[in-house]
Design a protein around this ligand. Structure first.
Ligand code: HPA
Length: 287
């Protein structure tokens, strides 16, 4: 009965539209969610017939087989508005915005992952198992760890080392080496070279802490050629391997552990644009 009432509320949704304030700068993008979710009566995850998940309110057909995953939900909105045609908001559960549109005619979803591997693991797991997503590309920022890596440089992560990840409990004594999908990696490198972006390809470190207190570990990682630190890629690569999907992380250096330099806030969008385009070109190398 409750479901029937909620469904009938959805039918009159357009009439009640003024009751709901716009969420983003394109206020109408959120309107495809059922009204009860918009009014906060019920979680979007509870209104679907089938594959809506605990954390993603989109219906199965609203998520594309290719998903870009920035950590920051507002960066998801910016990337969707900047690079996609006809982008629609498809998820806003917990404010973790997701948008679907097209890029050069290919359907793409840009879904925030949140910060850190436990958060990313929730979204990547649901995208893979409930929405059958095939290609997951993290786009995000990282801290440089080598003298030759500079602010604004692009990092394409071949591997991602960790101390622990959400998968560690299940992998137990196995020191699994999470690595990128080769085809995506190769296409991303080609795209970055064509763009003329200063790019580094190699190993990164996925940390559980932003405010780390282990300078000795940083020294060992720098010594072992780790290019940069971020907080998500290792778990993304591990999940993709487990489920036979394709994954890659394309990152922009936003700060540097050795020099203490950081990208000024006003420069971030322009610098991050190259990374988004490289990720899209890697997903669709045929153009
Ligand atoms: N540490 C962890 N994650 C990051 C950093 C950092 O310095 N910079 C951007 N993401």
């Amino acid at each position: 009965l409750i479901k029937r009432i909620l469904n009938s509320l959805c039918l009159v949704a357009p009439l009640l539209k003024p009751m709901c304030g716009p969420v983003g700068s394109k206020g109408n993008l959120h309107w495809n969610l059922p009204l009860p979710c918009r009014l906060g009566i019920v979680s979007p995850a509870k209104t679907g017939e089938t594959a809506m998940t605990v954390h993603i309110g989109a219906t199965p057909d609203q998520i594309a087989p290719t998903v870009l995953m920035p950590g920051d939900p507002y960066r998801a909105r910016w990337a969707a508005e900047t690079f996609l045609e006809g982008a629609e908001l498809v998820n806003e559960v917990r404010g973790m915005l997701g948008f679907t549109g097209t890029w050069r005619g290919h359907r793409v979803t840009i879904q925030g992952s949140g910060m850190g591997m436990p958060s990313l693991s929730i979204y990547a797991n649901e995208l893979i198992t409930n929405y059958d997503v095939q290609t997951l590309i993290r786009i995000g920022s990282c801290g440089g760890m080598q003298p030759h890596v500079a602010i604004r440089d692009v990092i394409i992560a071949m591997t991602a080392s960790t101390i622990t990840s959400p998968s560690s409990g299940m992998l137990r004594e196995l020191n699994f080496a999470p690595c990128a999908d080769w085809d995506l990696l190769q296409a991303a490198v080609t795209a970055a070279q064509a763009k003329g972006s200063k790019t580094h390809v190699g190993g990164i470190y996925s940390s559980d802490v932003f405010y780390a207190e282990r300078p000795d570990l940083d020294t060992q990682m720098t010594r072992h050629g780790i290019l940069a630190v971020e907080m998500e890629a290792a778990e993304l690569y591990t999940l993709a391997a487990r489920h036979g999907r394709r994954a890659l992380a394309v990152l922009t250096v936003s700060d540097h552990l050795q020099t203490g330099e950081a990208l000024p806030a006003q420069d971030r969008e322009r610098s991050f644009g190259d990374m988004v385009e490289i990720a899209l070109e890697a997903a669709f190398p045929e153009g």
